[in-house]
Design a protein around this ligand. Structure first.
Ligand code: 4AD
Ligand code: MG
Length: 490
């Protein structure tokens, strides 16, 4: 008997229930109310799927006080029998026998603390202001279930290939990467910091005995590990204090950085392409309904736009296209020629006109190449050394390095990587030219002193990947609690 009581109270997730054959069996669902219609039909969601389950209450048997408490946002348990649904839109529903309300959510607008997510359309901007509640909408439910599966797929991809997952440090004393402005980490009293004899702040007295920051990348430490394990990857948070308030930049974002011994640039490109296609495919297989919902959402949104601004493909088609087609591989030099000769450039439609070899590409140029010229993902290689990092392997021409950036439609740069300079002398010369602290970087240079080998790696911006797969257009909508200039709420 005890066993029986336990089974009837056990919660079943909605994802499982809606795939179950109804035979009047007793089931329990726990979740949050989305809508309550006609004093009878409760739509409940528990986050396991985008679908709600309909629970039908018999209002004749239920007291009025309880019925009043079934409002959008309230948390409850219903127990009843699973039956075939009479209504349209769902296969099964629950005929409620017993109900328990865990937590109320006020919906009477004349009272204080009204639940802000009433059943109507809310703008993404409004939802960003209530990011602590937005998980309870269809859109954000879909986005974060997809985000979860993408992260899982990343680990599975590398695990299947024998890579070792490294946790590289978040706090670092090295700022040689030059990937962006850094956030300082200190325990010094900012109102009264200790000073040296020459009047500078004395970081010897700081917590770590030196000046420290939040990391912009795990790559340099990843390289150290690759010189022992061969294939490694990091997947962690990175921090950049750039003041770029765009729809593609966060101050705190997650990055996947594999580093492989014995890889050259071509191997590196192959791996990056395989990874991207693998994780997109994984999401299409495991988040089909969520992606279909977001695809429809985007389609409806784009209907408001003039024909010329609409995408040629739906989100679903775009993802499938990405899996089915090889990425285009072109050098920076070829890309500059294409851009320079383009009608877009000749008609001065670029904000930054492309004239000379050597200038960095703006995102308008990247997007032109991907969306207008090649109409598919593009890998650009062999950039001028002046616009890339010190550690990239120098080409014979003395002008370019073995860099690669992967550019995606609607996103621009999603991956940045390179073959690394493994030749100590060339690396040191380049570091001197850039006035980098060679002495302090002894630990990095040791990989070139002791058993150096050709190696390569790249960084995939996780939120940019989630942006692409969800079709969302603002990076603030694919990370739970975005950190951007002047904003660190929640
Ligand atoms: O091109 P980045 O700066 O490369 C590196 O950090 C290298 N250490 C990677 C490596 O070779 N191991 O950054 C890599 C990727 C970019 O392509 C972009 O997708 C993402 O990280 N990214 C950002 N994403 C969100 N917000 C920002 N502020 C970002 N900056 C870079
Ligand atoms: Mg980059």
């Amino acid at each position: 008997m005890a066993f029986f009581i336990h089974t009837i109270m056990k919660r079943t997730k909605i994802k499982e229930l809606i795939a179950t054959e109804p035979s009047g069996q007793e089931v329990t669902v726990k979740g949050w109310v989305r809508t309550f219609r006609n004093n009878s039909f409760i739509a409940i969601n528990d986050g396991s799927t985008i679908n709600n389950i309909q629970a039908v209450v018999n209002f004749e048997n239920t007291d009025e006080a309880t019925l009043k408490r079934i409002t959008p946002g309230a948390c409850l348990r219903v127990t009843g029998s699973l039956i075939a649904s009479q209504g349209k839109g769902q296969k099964v529903e629950i005929a409620v026998k017993e109900m328990e309300i865990y937590g109320d959510a006020e919906s009477d607008v004349t009272k204080p603390n009204v639940y802000p997510l009433q059943p109507k359309a809310h703008s993404l901007e409004f939802l960003r202001e209530i990011a602590h509640l937005r998980f309870r909408t269809n859109t954000f439910g879909a986005v974060f279930r997809i985000r979860h599966n993408l992260a899982f797929a990343v680990h599975q991809f590398f695990h299947e290939r024998g890579f070792v997952y490294m946790h590289t440090p978040i706090i670092t004393a090295s700022d040689a990467e030059g990937a962006g402005e850094m956030f300082r980490v200190t325990t010094l009293d900012i109102n009264n910091p200790p000073k040296t004899e020459t009047g500078e702040i004395d970081f010897k007295q700081d917590f770590f005995g030196k000046s420290t920051n939040l990391t912009v990348s795990g790559q340099l430490e990843g390289e150290l590990a690759a010189m022992a394990f061969g294939d490694v990857y990091t997947f962690g948070p990175t921090f950049r204090a750039e003041n770029s308030n765009t729809t593609r930049h966060l101050a705190e974002f997650w990055m996947i950085e594999p580093e492989m011994a014995f890889y050259d640039l071509n191997d590196n490109m192959d791996l990056a392409e395989e990874l991207l296609q693998y994780v997109i495919k994984y999401a299409l297989e495991h988040n089909r309904e969520d992606i279909e919902f977001l695809s429809q959402r985007l389609f409806d949104e784009e209907k408001q736009k003039p024909q010329t601004e609409r995408s040629e493909m739906t989100l679903l088609e775009k993802l499938q296209f990405c899996i089915d087609n090889k990425f285009e591989r072109v050098t920076y030099t070829q890309a500059i020629d294409i851009l320079r000769e383009s009608n877009h450039n000749k008609k001065k439609k670029f904000q930054y006109l492309v004239n000379e070899w050597g200038t960095d590409l703006q995102s308008e140029h990247e997007r032109y190449l991907v969306e207008k010229h090649f109409k598919k993902p593009v890998i650009l290689t062999d950039y001028p050394k002046e616009i890339k990092s010190f550690y990239m392997r120098q080409n014979e021409d003395g002008k370019t390095v073995r860099a690669m950036d992967i550019l995606f439609p609607g996103i621009g740069e999603i991956v940045g990587g390179s073959q690394r300079e493994e030749r100590l002398e060339l690396l040191e010369t380049r570091m001197k030219e850039l006035h980098l602290p060679i002495e302090e970087m002894y630990w990095y240079l040791d990989t070139r002193r002791f058993g150096a080998c050709p190696h390569a790696g790249f960084g995939l911006g996780f939120e940019r990947l989630v942006l692409f797969v969800t079709g969302m257009t603002n990076i603030r909508d694919v990370i739970a609690f975005p950190r951007t200039p002047k904003s660190a709420e929640f």
